[in-house]
Design a binder for this molecule. Sequence first.
Ligand code: GLP
Length: 241
Amino acid sequence: MDVVVLPTAADVAAHAAGVVADRIAAQPALVLGVATGSSPVGIYRELARRRREEGLDLSRLECFALDEYVGLPGHDPHSYAAYLRREVADPFGLSAERVHVPDGVRADLEGAAQDYEQSIAVAGGIDLQILGIGTNGHIGFNEPLSALSSRTRVLALSAQTRADNARFFDAPDDVPTHCLTQGLGTILEARQLLLVAQGERKAQAVAAAVEGPVAARCPASVLQFHRRTTIVVDEAAASRL
Ligand code: GLP
């Protein structure tokens, strides 16, 4: 596991975007796993800038979301499908069918989870997975005590995650109670992992993930098992290492 500590959040975004851009330059049809939340936004904006100003070709990417809320249709601006249209598909010049998101409004959610695993397999697996980390150590929406070998499935969100994500909604009660998320086993199958974290509020989770025991109480600690993982953090997020 490589850990890169940089002074600021802007440095984290620039460095991580460079890692992604180098992979895309070598392999334009990269299968890219895209996290949502605030952490990766700087990466997506830097990649879009390189596309506009430097001609980086993003049009052949195939993208897979990590997770989606249950019950929010794709036209709801709070859904991760809408987030990925705003931050990835449109600025990258990608057609909608190149950005896959689990179907959180299907009646048969378990079937939607299995179909999602299948669509990743059909694409040949994920080459590079971008990750954020929750304050409780979750990756995707794999909350503490998720099985380390878990697959894409329906999960209840923890009270802490719902409180953390309330800032994206009009009212705390509007945060969905359930999600579909790639499992920890699914994430570990990506060929390369790139986790970014910024700010003091992530420091404890980052320390547990990097230096703690591999344990279900910190799902991100499972990254210690992966052969090709890079963690890029600012000094605040690294402050407990
Ligand atoms: C969210 C997402 C994760 C994300 C994490 C951190 O709930 N499901 O994919 O990495 O929690 O969010 P943020 O980057 O907004 O701090």
